[in-house]
Design a protein around this ligand. Structure first.
Ligand SMILES: *Cc1c(COP(=O)(O)O)cnc(C)c1O
Length: 368
């Protein structure tokens, strides 16, 4: 068969079709009165009412381009966290920033490291640049500094660490993060993805701001999608050395945040009472869920986030797949995590009181 010019069609660049598209948490369950979506680590408390008011205000000026510098949002973030606005860059979700960092620092053939059960988005963005994803093994569902350092080569350009990690909920104490940083060559960018930082109640945890301030090769990313309850608006930010901000700024979309996101984000981060409520709620219900699930005989990975990795028995009738089908039939949507190396576990977001009690009752029924 000869291919004529007429038959040709555009071909994605080398390696692109090897990328498996990200699969978001399911949203739907059919034939049930009420659906409890516990598959995407969204906040059961929703957004601050101040953020919702700001969003409504944005509707009055839809013909105007957004502020390409997201000034109001950067100022609010800087004020709340005591940072310099010159070291902050906002993104259309922190996912966008993770992608921009890959585009900025990876050429084809360069390597970027993440951990065995680390967040899947890293792999997608690494591969999209033609870079090579390198996986460091974990121990007890936890990132391990020595394992990460052992896979660093002269080709390594980025190390991604989700701290705490999704979907495990485990974290590295900050002394360990410092040890990781100390062991990395100075030309390797360490990206600390602190999407769940606000939830963590541990004295030995830090999100990484100090390390960013005192080095030239560390970036911390944060999101408004989790504790701020603004996932729909796509708002993330990073705190980084000025030279990193300068480089990434050159390739980002000029208006990457929309006006509603800028206004609502700025209002949300200033509403500290709402965040305090969300933290207190999570503390209470995370502990409740661990206790209840453990009592049911299920192993849960110790989590400092707003979700739990729940492991199911080897028995096929009681497997994660069977549990997922059963729970979905009752309206409880959890997240399958086979792609993260956990074929027999489900990730459960801490939901409303009703959702939490309901899912425990349903699991109890399922395990009978
Ligand atoms: C949810 C999540 C993010 C945030 O993504 P957004 O694009 O800001 O919504 C980043 N990293 C991890 C590990 C997450 O779980």
């Amino acid at each position: 068969m000869s291919t004529t010019l007429k038959d040709l069609r555009p071909t994605p660049k080398t390696g692109l079709l090897d990328i498996a598209a990200y699969v978001p948490g399911k949203e739907h369950a059919h034939g049930v009165a009420k659906v409890y979506k516990l598959s995407s680590n969204e906040s059961p408390l929703g957004a601050s009412t101040l953020a919702a008011d700001a969003f409504a205000t944005a509707a009055k000026n839809l013909e105007i381009y957004p502020d390409g510098q997201a000034t109001a949002l950067k100022q609010a973030i800087a004020e709340v966290h005591g940072l310099n606005t010159g070291n902050i860059l906002c993104g259309n979700g922190s996912d966008e920033l993770l992608g921009l960092l890959c585009q900025t620092y990876l050429s084809p053939g360069d390597e970027a490291v993440y951990t065995e059960h680390g967040f899947m988005v890293y792999k997608i963005y690494i591969m999209a640049t033609g870079g090579t994803p390198v996986v460091a093994r974990e121990k007890n569902e936890q990132a391990e500094v020595d394992a990460i350092l052992s896979v660093v080569t002269p080709r390594t350009k980025i190390v991604f660490l989700a701290n705490p990690n999704n979907p495990t909920g485990t974290y590295l104490p900050f002394e360990e993060v410092r040890r990781l940083h100390a062991g990395l060559p100075k030309n390797v960018l360490l990206v600390l993805d602190a999407a769940y930082a606000e939830y963590v109640r541990r004295n030995d945890y830090e999100s990484g701001m100090e390390l960013v301030s005192s080095s030239e090769n560390v970036v911390m990313t944060r999101t408004f999608s989790k504790i701020y309850g603004l996932a729909a608006l796509r708002i993330g930010w990073m705190f980084a050395p000025a030279h990193v901000i300068d480089a990434v700024n050159r390739i980002r979309g000029p208006f990457n945040l929309n006006s509603a996101a800028i206004l609502a984000g700025a209002a949300a981060i200033r509403d500290r009472a709402h965040i305090d409520r969300a933290v207190a709620f999570n503390d209470e219900w995370l502990a409740y869920m661990v206790e209840q699930l453990t009592t049911l005989g299920l192993r849960v990975t110790p989590s400092v986030g707003n979700f739990l990795l729940v492991h199911f028995p080897d028995d096929a009738a009681k497997s994660a797949e069977a549990a997922d089908a059963y729970l979905t039939s009752k309206g409880y949507i959890l997240r399958r995590v086979t792609g993260y190396g956990f074929p027999n576990a489900l990730r459960l977001t801490i939901g409303s009181e009703e959702a939490n009690r309901g899912v425990v009752a349903a699991l109890s029924e399922f395990l009978k």
